[in-house]
Ligand binder design. Structure first.
Ligand code: AMP
Ligand code: GLY
Length: 421
């Protein structure tokens, strides 16, 4: 197949890497140093240039287009490609609003009866501040629109919540949500969807904050592993019944059957599991460990989703654990430098079961430089979570990037849980 992957992060490198194993002809737009090393043809079309992407897919006769990130989906790439008769693994613009508008997601959740945090929506900053003063911190303030992982502030004090309203209102759309703060452990539930039928991927856990012990600002994700012992395989189906199938039914009834990956971010609270958010695509970095475990031809599974004939039994995973640690540029998620030299990837990948996925990298004359905040995701397979953790950190030690940083505790919540048993 001729496959176009849209985006330039670690997730998109992982998608290209997986497709390359089945000998497909690969294109990435715009791609990164990793997609290029994998043999994909990088094409400098931005992920929000829908006209450019559709024209390219038509000209190059793509058999499958896989948008990695939410922006391309919310801008309606799937609707446009459908008109062209080009298979696109991703929801239409209506379905992508489940991620693109948190207020819309809350409406769908209410109709579908999905448990989630109590919330209120404001388009007036003063009203939002009055609401904050009338309710006790901690509170969570969220921009309604897309914010690349930076639109959520978990405010521990009233003052922080008010500052968050002022920072987010206007900067990202013109509405904010104020939510009750949920306490508990988070888990990511991702499912392949063909509009009607869904096949859950194994559980995964992300690490959202920049620093160890879940401290510091929220990021796009600093590391992930799968499976996450906090959600056992035995519970996957009941969680899918609770968080995914009712949403698919709602979207289908609305005339927009959801095709692609539907991702529920779930908090396991003392009152039971509740949704934090939905995403309309693979998570980054959850995608990297998940794709290291999935067996067979991923493009086949995706085409079955597009064609409405997904067979959950055809989706098979290795029993091993995979764990990925993000190496970021110092300063991320705030200001950081680009152009840092990266060496040692070959040495890191010399160990069996290790794969270094590139996020913000660029190849110049065969030398590799950083080109973004999350630069690499060093991912390893192991027979246990402890072993995968050890292998990923050992690989990371072999990589050199001045002014990089990473979390030292990826997977530790899971390891503690397993070792307490
Ligand atoms: P979201 O983009 O909505 O998933 O939010 C990003 C992160 O913020 C989540 O993964 C949580 O760590 C945190 N978060 C979001 N909503 C809440 C909430 N209601 N209570 C506590 N933490 C939250
Ligand atoms: N890792 C979380 C996300 O992709 O939204």
């Amino acid at each position: 197949m001729r496959i176009l992957v849209i985006g330039s992060g670690g997730r998109e490198h992982a998608l290209v890497w997986k497709f390359a194993q089945s000998a497909h002809t690969l294109f990435a737009a715009p791609g990164n140093g990793g997609t290029q090393r994998e043999g994909a043809i990088n094409t400098p079309i931005a992920a929000d240039d829908i006209d450019g992407l559709v024209a390219f897919a038509r000209k190059e006769k793509m058999d499958l287009v896989v948008p990695g990130q939410e922006l391309t989906l919310t801008l309606g790439i799937a609707d446009r490609l459908r008109v062209e008769g080009i298979p696109c693994f991703g929801p239409d613009a209506f379905g992508a609003r489940i991620e693109g508008s948190k207020a819309f997601a809350k409406e769908i959740m209410a109709r579908a009866g999905v448990p989630t945090a109590r919330h209120a929506v404001f388009s007036d900053a003063n009203a939002a501040v009055d609401h904050i003063r009338a309710n006790n911190a901690p509170l969570v303030v969220k921009a309604d629109g897309l914010a690349a992982g930076k639109g959520v502030v978990v405010a521990r004090t009233t003052m922080q919540a008010i500052e968050a309203v002022n920072a987010l209102m206007g900067a990202v759309g013109n509405r904010v949500l104020i939510e009750e703060c949920l306490e508990g452990e988070e888990v990511s539930l991702l499912c392949f969807c063909d509009g009607r039928v869904t096949a859950p991927l194994p559980s995964a856990q992300d690490h959202k904050t920049a620093w160890d012990n879940d401290e510091g600002p929220n990021t796009g994700g600093m590391g992930a592993y799968s499976p996450a012992p906090v959600l056992s395989d035995a519970d996957l189906e009941s969680m899918t019944d609770c968080f995914i199938r009712p949403i698919l039914k709602e979207l289908s009834t609305a005339g927009h059957p959801f095709v692609g990956v539907l991702y529920a971010g779930i908090m396991l609270t003392s009152e039971g599991p509740k949704t934090l958010e939905y995403n309309a695509r693979f998570g980054d970095p959850e995608c990297q460990p998940l794709l290291m475990r999935i067996q067979g031809d991923l493009a086949r599974i995706m085409l079955d989703c597009v064609n409405g004939c997904l067979d959950p039994a055809s989706v098979v995973y290795s029993a091993q654990t995979a764990l990925g640690v993000v190496l970021a540029a110092k300063g991320y998620p705030n200001a950081y430098s680009k152009g840092l030299t990266i060496t040692g990837i070959d040495r890191a990948e010399a160990a069996t079961g290790v794969k270094v996925f590139h996020g913000g990298t660029i190849l110049r004359d065969a030398a590799l430089f950083s080109n973004g905040g999350r630069v690499l995701c060093v991912t390893a397979l192991g027979d246990s979570l402890r072993q995968a953790h050890k292998a990923a950190y050992a690989a990371l030690e072999k990589i050199n990037m001045p002014d990089g940083f990473y979390r030292k505790d990826i997977g530790m919540k899971g390891i503690r849980r397993l070792e307490q048993k």
